[in-house]
Design a protein around this ligand. Structure first.
Ligand code: SF4
Length: 373
């Protein structure tokens, strides 16, 4: 049997990383001005900080950390929805991992759980089915989060609930889409981004084709990249080669997993149950049209936002005054620019969402880069 380390060793080889850094420096020296590369996905932020890739780049190449962490972009009012649902009698609220630690306007779901609400973090959405079967006298709310990567898992869960006629399972859908977020970043007149590292897992589902409009509309290179450090360095090399040749193209560094069309079976299942929502407010980016999904009308009986509409607060809630997650998610500043980074705000006591998840930029800086420069 092949050991796991054998599979990834080549993708973490320091010699390969150093030689890629040298080649990047060669091409970067041919570029007039700076190249600000936004890694859209929090998984890439994690790799960059963990392996110190930011320290290997020449002065005119910089990383800007984007809005690709599903926990980080969740506005407080959506967490307040989850809390309001969990507070209702007879409800079990189920959600994925880190979500329960993100602060809402009156505390995190972890606080609500400590106060007696039945809130259960899970790692596999299909575990929710068993919770529903085991608790026929309760209503189970699946608080669904994530980008295109995790949406198919929610679609499978809805599909199973429908086919097995599990009536006590409803969904609060917060699935969001990457391409509209790229549009929102570029629409900001202060935007400093002039190239994108495209997300890996998202693109396995959506296909490479979804980034073609961004390349054309913004004359910006997009390189879809794997998550290992060699993947990321090779993607940067592809970007600087394009920049040195004054090109803007879509390239697929992660071709071992990403095709042009993506996973058509997953896309069909998602489309069967979910449709594009007119507006969704992102933390930091504000309302973005057509940037999220909701249940189709035929499945309104499974939509917690419709079933429990009268119990859900409506107001939009801003972040803590000191928190600069909004500017970080738009690529306008870095975690260490925030005055409370590592002091008032740490992974144990997060003030903002970017400090909660390991994919959050503030969390990655705190873990791998320390509190002081
Ligand atoms: S350090 Fe904390 S408060 Fe500051 S931007 Fe990051 S998450 Fe927000």
């Amino acid at each position: 049997m092949i050991a796991l380390t054998e599979l990834y060793k080549g993708f973490r080889d320091p010699e390969v990383i150093r030689s890629l850094a040298k080649e990047i420096a060669t091409y970067a020296s041919l570029i007039d001005g700076n190249v600000n590369i936004m890694e859209v996905c929090g998984g890439h932020t994690h790799t960059i900080m963990k392996y110190g890739l930011n320290q290997l780049l020449p002065d005119n190449i910089d990383f800007i950390h984007g809005p690709g962490c599903p926990v980080c972009i969740m506005p407080k009012e959506r967490i307040d929805h989850a809390a309001a649902l969990a507070n209702l009698p007879g409800i079990i609220l189920v959600t994925l991992g880190d979500m329960i630690r993100v602060p809402g306007s009156k505390g995190s779901l972890a606080n609500y759980r400590a106060n007696g609400c039945d809130i259960r973090p899970i790692y596999d959405p299909l575990d929710t089915l068993q919770i529903a079967i085991d608790n026929p006298d309760k209503t189970i709310v699946f608080f669904a989060i994530g980008f295109e990567t995790s949406t198919p898992m929610t679609a499978v869960l809805i599909d199973q609930a429908e086919k097995r006629d599990i009536k006590n399972l409803v969904f609060h859908i917060n699935h969001v889409l990457v391409p509209p977020a790229i549009d929102a970043v570029m629409a900001d007149p202060k935007a400093k981004v002039n190239a994108f590292i495209g997300p890996a897992h998202v693109s396995v589902i959506s296909g490479a084709k979804v980034y073609r409009p961004a390349v054309t509309n913004y004359n910006t290179p997009v390189v879809i990249s794997g998550f290992e450090p060699v993947d990321v360095m090779q993607s940067i090399l592809m970007i600087v080669k394009q920049k040195a040749a004054a090109k803007a193209e879509l390239e697929n560094q992660y071709s071992r997993s990403v095709s042009e069309e993506g996973n058509l079976t997953a896309q069909a299942l998602v489309n069967q149950y979910l449709k594009v929502r007119e507006h969704f407010r992102w933390r930091g980016l504000g309302p973005i049209p057509s940037s999220a999904l909701m249940l189709r009308d035929e499945y309104a009986h499974r939509d917690a936002e419709r079933v429990f509409a009268e119990h859900l607060p409506n107001e939009e809630i801003d972040d803590h005054k000191a928190c600069q997650c909004g500017d970080i998610l738009r690529g306008l500043c870095k975690p260490k620019d925030c005055k409370v980074f590592g002091r008032g705000c740490t992974p144990e006591t997060p003030l903002g969402s970017c400090m909660v998840s390991s994919e959050g930029a503030c969390n990655a800086y705190y873990r791998y880069n320390g509190v002081t420069e």
